[in-house]
Design a protein around this ligand. Structure first.
Ligand code: UDP
Ligand code: MG
Length: 136
């Protein structure tokens, strides 16, 4: 079934000049780009995106990282888009992420792990309107 997922190229990806190559991987995998915008994430947006992590030891540094520069917010659509995007992205810790995955190839440390991808279709439907409120 066709579904949508929220993928965000985090500040390190933009800063280090990997945005184009990362976007290419989602296109190569057959996903359709449904939305894309470069933006500075607001406090309200980061708090909403990461609500489930509030109170965890890494929460404050995570928000500082997400606000450290512009991101590229994207929505991708296709059959099994959520799981496919997570597969392309790889494990949360770049040090553990397999070669060939985005985090495995472009990331170094957990603190700057290059990209966000929704972990379920339900998460995607919650996350997409935080960044693309008008998207139908
Ligand atoms: N994170 C971190 N330290 C940790 C766990 C997570 O800095 O020990 C950050 C990291 O940027 C990660 C984000 O918090 O991408 C959200 O964590 P989650 O467990 O949801 O990982 P993801 O779904 O991004 O793989
Ligand atoms: Mg997550």
């Amino acid at each position: 079934m066709s579904e949508r997922t929220y993928v965000m190229l985090k500040p390190d990806a933009v800063r280090r000049g990997f945005a184009g190559r990362i976007l290419q991987r989602f296109e190569d995998a057959g996903l359709q780009m449904a939305a894309m915008q470069r933006l500075a994430v607001s406090e309200a947006q980061s708090k909403a995106l990461y609500a489930e992590h509030e109170g965890k030891p890494f929460y404050d540094s995570l928000l500082t990282y997400i606000h450290s520069g512009p991101v590229v917010a994207t929505v991708w659509e296709g059959t099994g888009a959520v799981a496919l995007a997570r597969k392309l992205i790889g494990a949360t810790d770049p040090a553990q992420a397999a070669p060939g995955t985005i985090r495995g190839d472009f990331g170094l440390v957990m603190d700057e792990n290059v990209v966000h991808g929704s972990d379920s279709a339900e998460s995607a439907e919650r996350e997409i309107p935080i960044f693309f409120p008008g998207l139908d």
